[in-house]
Design a protein around this ligand. Structure first.
Ligand code: PXG
Length: 457
């Protein structure tokens, strides 16, 4: 018998290209370039099939808050799978992990939240949101309140409903989106749209777009406004301080539900359990996913505030909605272990008091770089705007692909940093130390140097 040969990177790439259609990927282009095969990970480093160690500046895909290799999470999943790997919560049944997790979520979330509806992902959480808010207004005797207002360049997921809620034009172009009943206003992107206003003026102006849209549609037609406290996939867009308080005021004034999509900002990313607390938002509903399990198993859900929960659970009869994997026992067990570690090890306090302030200062130093127009951050999320001219913030020509070049240099230098056009973004694991932050900033600076040199800047 021959021992089977270990697969080479080339073997993996060839099988990958022949069979695996990747999400959000140009399959043909990827086949020509070849993929990176990530085989292992430990702490805050991932490793590829050639043995290269890479600092994970994106926490997987904004989710691996505790870093890789936490045995407690593995043990929690193993124990739960041995005891009860699956059961549903339909037909008058339930199970301990989902009960305990919904109770714990009630303890760590803002005071108006005591109820949770579980899903398998953030997209399903946002589909659930649409069904919940429409059902809510129906039950309140206001069935015309159906339209949801969202924002350009928002990301709320990739199902038909969630992609419609999102404001990504490339997604809308495919498949005839958005679906009816969802409209968009402009985003609070100061660097891109500020146009000479002060940040405070710009924040108020962008919030007023909501008031204008409500006036156009009629408040009796509008169910809810949805926004990410800080836009993630859109390019780590941090709204001016004046934005959210004004949005909050407008929603209250017109009796419109406020939804804070905390799929990225939830579970400590901004230095509190929920980003809403940091930005002074008091939402009625919070979709979540990602960091709830540190990405070890898929889980999402919606925190349902008292106002909506009261009507849906006490007055509405059956809410005809749910998924096979709503409250999956193993995923809930991992979430419980994850949240307890975040709490008991004081990880979110450390982000707030130590690592986020240090990251803010070190990241801001990149603004001095000749091709950096802005280096902004909040909590452990940051963005750099690559520009060709710092005095005018003019961009490089699109075909130069400055962001993509910088991302590739980062990878070669052993750092995962994502490119959204020519905005470079990071969102590292919450367990990052000051040394990790130094390594990230040093590698980012080197990659900016190489990007500038390659563009002749
Ligand atoms: N809401 C927000 C705010 C998100 O960031 C979702 C909902 C959807 O979650 P699921 O679990 O269905 O993916 C997300 C997901 C990127 C990227 O390119 C971001 C996400 C997903 C995939 C890619 O930054 N965010």
């Amino acid at each position: 018998m021959h021992a089977s040969q270990p697969k080479t990177t080339g073997d993996w790439q060839s099988s990958d290209h022949s069979h695996y259609l990747h999400p959000f990927t140009d399959h043909k282009e990827l086949g020509e370039k070849g993929t990176r095969i990530i085989t292992r990970a430990d702490g805050v480093y991932i490793q590829d099939s050639d043995g290269k160690q890479i600092l994970d500046g994106m926490a997987g895909l904004w989710c691996v808050s505790l870093g890789y290799g936490r045995q407690e999470l593995v043990d929690a999943a193993t124990r739960q799978m041995q005891e009860l790997p699956y059961y549903n919560s339909f037909f008058q049944c339930t199970h301990p992990p989902a009960i305990e997790l919904s109770e714990l979520l009630g303890q760590i979330s803002p005071p108006q939240f005591k109820h949770t509806f579980f899903t398998g992902s953030g997209s399903e959480a946002n589909d659930t949101i649409i069904r919940l808010v429409r059902r809510y207004w129906d039950l309140c005797g206001k069935p015309a309140k159906q339209t949801i207002i969202s924002r350009n360049n928002a990301y709320h997921g990739s199902t038909i409903a969630a992609a419609s809620l999102g404001g990504m034009s490339d997604m809308h172009k495919q498949g005839g989106l958005p679906i009816p009943g969802i409209v968009h206003i402009e985003q609070p992107y100061y660097f891109g749209l500020g146009d000479g206003l002060s940040p405070d003026e710009f924040g108020r102006q962008q919030a007023q777009l909501l008031a204008a849209k409500i006036a156009e549609l009629g408040a009796d037609q509008v169910a809810a406004f949805i926004g990410e406290p800080v836009q993630g996939a859109g390019g780590v867009i941090i709204p001016p301080d004046t934005y959210w308080p004004e949005i909050q005021r407008i929603c209250r004034q017109h009796d419109i539900l406020l939804i804070a999509d905390e799929v990225i900002t939830g579970f400590g990313r901004l230095g509190e359990w929920f980003g809403s607390t940091v930005l002074g938002i008091e939402p009625d509903l919070i979709p979540f996913a990602k960091g709830v399990t540190s990405g070890y198993l898929p889980l999402g859900g919606v925190l349902v505030g008292d106002r909506v929960a009261q009507v849906i659970s006490e007055e509405g009869g059956e809410f005809a909605h749910g998924f096979t994997y709503s409250g999956h026992p193993a995923a809930c067990a991992v979430a419980l272990a994850n949240i307890r570690i975040l709490r008991d090890e004081g990880i979110i306090e450390r982000v707030k008091n130590e690592t986020a302030p240090y990251f803010h200062e070190r990241w801001a130093s990149l603004a001095e770089h000749p091709i950096c127009g802005e280096a902004r951050s909040i909590g452990l999320m940051g963005a750099i705007e690559i520009v060709s001219d710092k005095t005018t913030n003019a961009r490089f020509p699109k075909k130069a692909g400055a962001g993509g070049r910088c991302r590739d240099f980062c990878f070669d230098n052993g750092l995962v940093m994502r490119a959204v056009g020519d905005s470079m973004i990071v969102s590292p694991p919450l367990i990052f130390s000051k040394q990790h932050i130094d390594e990230l900033v040093d590698k980012a600076r080197l990659s900016l140097d190489q990007t500038a040199a390659s563009l002749g800047a």
